[in-house]
Design a protein around this ligand. Structure first.
Ligand code: BDR
Ligand code: CA
Length: 311
């Protein structure tokens, strides 16, 4: 299995990303690090602990990282994920606690100590990852790949041009895309194909486990906000798509391209400018996801939740 760390801001779809990484045999989840994004750092960290608790994920350290983006103040996505950041199900008190160390210190320790290079899977604003690369540039070679959920080859969701994770901390995203570390970008153009249709939700319910029901409740809440805000027929489950790419690259097809992060645009700050046709003549700095095998993706997601079991 590919050793991975998920850097997240749970978040309904982040929760599913954690479950996929913990339950699928193709990856080994070494740690979960959290950052401010969908909600405050305090809430996203509590939510990561809640998810690990209900899924019976033990022995995977959870560490809290940055509480705000590098430059601008935090603007959370309460409209999408609710007051808790993970509205919908009723969670028991977590039986796990966060590590005392900062997420970036935990990442440094894992990268320096693991026998193989480690894949980072950020599903949130890239603040922690940018800080890691800036603070410990010598560790870049220990990162096998950064496979992130963020950006888009076309339109945004936070603004007409910008996707939430990149828009929340564009300076951090700029550092990551210019770092020279291999980057794979799974943007809205593919994650909007990972729709949790009523049939998918019924499959979670049919598992007939506590965890399956929690997934169905999470997706029920997520469906409501996506319907109200954007008129989606079913909610797109963005973040596990990045995990799926690591598990089986055949699930998410990619092309090489140059990606620049717009930092200054009056109407376009936080947009990912993806040069799909090489018109700028710049060398590619990313693999950019362009296709998703959605049926196989959901099979894998369901199998992971089934494997985690639960009463
Ligand atoms: C991204 O924004 C967040 O709200 C989701 O968790 C996902 O990571 C989608 O734009
Ligand atoms: Ca997220």
């Amino acid at each position: 299995p590919v050793p991975v760390v998920i850097d997240c801001d749970p978040g309904h779809d982040d929760a599913l990303a954690i479950l996929l990484a913990a339950g699928d045999p193709g990856v080994e989840l070494l740690a979960v690090t959290t950052v401010a994004g969908n909600q405050t750092l305090e809430k996203t960290t509590l939510n990561a602990l809640r998810v690990c608790t209900v899924a019976g994920i033990t022995g995977v350290p959870v560490a809290a990282g940055c509480a705000a983006p590098l430059v601008e103040p935090l603007r959370v996505a309460q409209d999408v994920h609710g007051v808790s950041g993970l509205d919908g199900p009723r969670f028991p008190e977590p039986s796990l606690a966060a590590e005392p160390e900062h997420a970036v210190d935990l990442l440094r320790r894992i990268l320096a100590g693991h026998p193989e290079p480690v894949t980072l899977v950020p599903t949130a604003p890239l603040t922690n990852i940018a800080l890691l690369l800036t603070r410990y540039p010598e560790l870049a070679g220990r990162i096998r790949e950064i496979v992130l959920m963020g950006g888009s080859t076309d339109r945004g969701n936070r603004t007409p041009a910008a996707e939430f994770n990149i828009h929340t901390d564009p300076e951090a995203a700029d550092i990551v895309f210019r770092s020279g570390v291999p980057v794979t970008m799974c943007g809205l153009n593919v994650t909007h194909q990972a729709l949790a249709t009523p049939e998918v939700v019924a499959r979670f319910e049919a598992l007939d486990t506590g965890l399956g029901r929690i997934c169905a409740e999470l997706l029920g809440f997520f469906a409501g906000t996506y319907r109200q805000l954007w008129g989606f027929p079913a909610p797109p489950v963005h973040d596990p798509v990045a995990v799926a790419r690591v598990i089986d690259p055949g699930l998410v097809t990619c092309v090489d391209a140059h990606v620049a992060v717009e930092l200054h645009g009056r109407h376009t700050r936080g947009a990912t400018v993806v040069d799909l046709h090489g018109t700028l003549g710049r060398p590619a700095n990313a693999r950019v996801a362009v296709g998703l095998r959605a049926d196989l993706f959901w099979d894998r997601m369901l199998a992971a939740v089934a494997a985690l079991g639960g009463s």
